[in-house]
Design a protein around this ligand. Structure first.
Ligand code: FUC
Length: 750
């Protein structure tokens, strides 16, 4: 189906034409070359660094000083103090494993095609060479922990199989396998304030150790060289590949407390080979489909053309309705491939990275990007895929205790702009416009509450979400500051990553910001709701309830927009990609467009002035904003912009209006950054269904252009799923699966 398959008539030439496979931990991007075929390989625990604790002497005093200066309106001075005496060190970096390459002797290929079947998680390619057919198939299995690959040809072929790893490593043959043993850098030069950090600091005794292991089976002959396998006289070749590492959790030194990984690699390959191709494939497709098959979306016909061609056409004609469904389905596919129980949370590139120095280190950026990665997972009825995010938040709630204490003199936990697999929670180097972001922990904590809202899993709420939310709340209670009007605010405040002009200077730091205060109120609100659900009434809950009433309310400026900072200030970039001051609208849901007329109008004015362009993730966030504002046509305008084809060969970083979609349908910031894929999938959910635990709104933001369609299996808060169909813009039928309880279903099309 053209809504479930990426299809191309030529092999990938550029990285952003290659296609992703993954099982949460092991990732592969395939170019499906006919004569020379390359897989870029990744493992989600290949990061620089190891557990550490970062301090910055005098940081808490600097925070207090900056706060006093901000209270006096000395914003630039406050910024300088924070930048010099508060900001600390970069987080660690996500790495690449390298490549697996097959050099064949097929000769020129004709009738070429490659397809990624999203519903099965299987990549195929086929062509003819000298008139003989060749077919290739690859998948990455979650149940068996391997990548499996098979090539079959009508005529015998020869090929060279080699593995190249840019990390400190050695590739060598042993007992019929090709092994790559290595170690990740012990540090990514994180103390160096320059960005991007230039060096990787190796220290043989430290860093994540790893093994890549490859096994080949053929009806021809295999011969091993020092670092490759030579295949000859084969009509079939099967490869099994795995990566195992010594990573043993955010708080365990992989050198001294690491997991056994070398034998594990051998055992995983042995078990796969015993099982055999057919059984592995059957189990993989069953496992993949058990997640992917939960939701289906139909919006109309799609074009049976190569995907890149469809994207190219789309710029002129918006008649390929199937392309919207394909984009939606791809977001679900990518989550299944990159986030599974036991894996790390998805980073800026999910799990797919082809360099040792990825853009922004492919880390966790938690002032929007990591959170956006997880927006579609619950509405698309895949709650188990949130586990890696929960684990990340749990790690930050531990390391962040020290961060709260050391950097603020506060209790609870704090996390800032960047995180990594070691639970980095401290402020990074650079401008306070990003580095000073005490909202990181709170924003992530809301995801745990959302998990409960969707699943009604009370044990999770009691044991995991509630304690972490209260820890986030404790931190905010300790640092909230009383303003002259008696309201409470998080002071100083920034609005990531915008700056404003004040007289001759520009600065990002004000007395407070809409976003910071909204995050605090959001955490308090989640805590109070959770406490109510669990029947917990204690001193902390009372303190939270009292403080919640006093949080500085959002203000509307003279021009009708929501104020970004505490006073009317003109921003340096009026079209800035972040729209952080609308946090209360989305994700928090503290502004209700069905009730809060003035604030709703102010949100609209804010978005109009911010404009309809931006980076990939910025476009995706705006889809969600407009859906929450119940304007489906405007949301669709943003999706159409996101479907703008961005050339795969481009390398520039564009912070302003470069967002779009690469030929492989991955999101262009640019460069590649995966959050936009997830953000737009979530946005489509929001257009079709919204819920708050009391109401289920059907088709709240249906665009006129999506007049006919149907969706099955979308999840609503309250542990139910919804099937519905609509015709001529009107709801035609619906069915709720699960216990509706006291929830009301609202048809938003009448
Ligand atoms: C934030 C954004 C950038 C980029 C980076 C990874 O800093 O402002 O646009 O997405 O994260």
């Amino acid at each position: 189906m053209n809504t479930d398959t990426l299809y191309y008539s030529a092999p990938a030439k550029y990285w952003m034409e290659t296609l992703p496979l993954g099982n949460g931990s092991l990732g592969a991007m395939a170019d499906s070359g006919a004569e020379k075929e390359t897989f870029v390989l990744n493992h989600d625990t290949l990061w620089t660094g190891r557990p550490r604790s970062v301090t910055k002497p005098g940081a808490a005093a600097a925070f207090r000083k900056a706060r006093a200066l901000a209270l006096q309106g000395k914003y630039r001075a406050a910024e300088k103090v924070m930048e010099r005496d508060f900001n600390a060190i970069w987080s660690q970096a996500y790495l690449t494993f390298g490549t697996l390459t097959l050099d064949f002797d097929f000769g020129d290929a004709a009738d070429y095609e490659r397809r990624l079947d999203l519903s099965k998680g299987v990549l195929t390619s086929g062509f003819t060479a000298k008139g003989k057919a060749v077919t290739k198939k690859a998948f990455v299995s979650y149940p068996d922990g391997i990548m499996a690959y098979r090539v079959a040809a009508e005529a015998p072929f020869a090929c060279k199989i080699s593995v190249a790893c840019p990390l400190q490593s050695r590739t060598y043959p042993k007992n019929g396998l090709l092994l790559t043993d290595g170690v990740c850098p012990a540090d990514g030069d994180t103390a160096n304030p320059d960005y991007p950090c230039a060096s990787l600091i190796y220290d043989e005794k430290n860093g994540v150790p790893f093994r890549g292991a490859l096994r080949a089976q053929t009806d021809g002959t295999l011969r091993f060289t020092n670092d490759s396998i030579l295949v000859s006289g084969a009509k079939a070749l099967t490869l099994y590949f795995t990566i195992q590492t010594g990573f043993n959790g955010f708080d365990k030194d992989p050198a001294t407390e690491g997991k056994e990984y070398k034998n594990k690699a051998l055992n995983v390959l042995g078990a796969a080979a015993n099982k055999g191709w057919e059984a592995l494939l059957a189990e993989h497709t069953k496992d993949h489909a058990s997640l992917y098959g939960r939701v289906t979306l139909e919006l109309g016909d799609g074009k049976d053309l190569p995907t890149d061609e469809r994207l190219r056409r789309f710029a002129e004609a918006k008649d390929d309705m199937g392309l919207y469904a394909l984009l939606f389905n791809y977001g679900r596919y990518l989550a299944i491939a990159a986030s599974r129980p036991g894996s790390r949370a998805m980073n800026l590139q999910g799990i797919w990275n082809n360099t040792v120095r990825a853009p922004w280190n492919a880390n966790y950026t938690i002032n929007i990007n990591t959170q956006m990665n997880y927006w579609p997972v619950l509405p698309c009825a895949m709650p188990e895929l949130t586990e890696p995010l929960t684990e990340l938040v749990k790690s930050l709630a531990v390391t962040g205790e020290k961060t709260a204490e050391h950097f603020y003199g506060a209790r609870g936990f704090a996390a800032h702009h960047n995180a990594d697999i070691w639970g980095h929670s401290e402020p990074v180097h650079g401008s306070v416009s990003w580095a000073y972001f005490p909202g990181g922990g709170g924003w992530l904590a809301r995801h745990l509450y959302e998990y409960y809202e969707y699943t009604l899993d009370e044990a999770f709420l009691r044991e995991t979400a509630f304690p972490i939310l209260r820890k986030a709340a404790r931190f905010y209670l300790d640092i909230l500051t009383e303003d002259t009007d008696g309201t409470l605010m998080l002071c100083p405040g920034t609005s990531p990553e915008n700056r404003f002009r004040r007289g001759p200077v520009t600065t990002p730091m004000a007395k407070s910001s809409a976003m910071f205060n909204s995050i605090v109120l959001d955490v308090f609100t989640c805590c109070l709701k959770a406490g109510k659900a669990l029947g917990v009434e204690d001193e902390l809950q009372t303190e939270i309830a009292e403080a919640a009433k006093r949080i500085k309310p959002l203000k509307i400026g003279r021009d009708g927009r929501l104020l970004e900072w505490n006073e009317e200030l003109s921003e340096v970039e009026p079209h800035h990609r972040h729209v952080s001051h609308l946090y209360a609208l989305h994700p928090a849901g503290l502004i209700d467009p069905r009730r809060d007329t003035a604030l709703t109008e102010a949100c609209k004015q804010t978005l109009y002035r911010r404009g309809d362009d931006g980076t990939g993730w910025s476009l995706a966030w705006k889809v969600n904003f407009w859906a929450r504002l119940l304007d489906g046509d405007h949301a669709l305008k943003l999706i159409d912009r996101q479907l703008r084809l961005i050339p795969a060969g481009g390398t520039e970083t564009n912070y302003v209006r470069g967002g779009g979609t690469y030929p492989n349908m991955l999101d262009a910031h640019p460069p590649f950054q995966i959050d936009g894929n997830f953000g737009v999938t979530a946005g489509i959910c929001e257009m079709l269904l919204q819920s708050d635990g009391a109401h289920i709104y059907l088709l709240p933001a249906l665009p006129k252009a999506w007049a006919n369609g149907c969706v099955k299996g979308l999840a609503a808060k309250g542990n139910v799923t919804v099937d519905m169909a609509w015709e001529n813009g009107k709801l035609a039928s619906y069915e709720i699966h699960g216990d509706l309880g006291k929830m009301t279903v609202v048809d938003c099309t009448c």
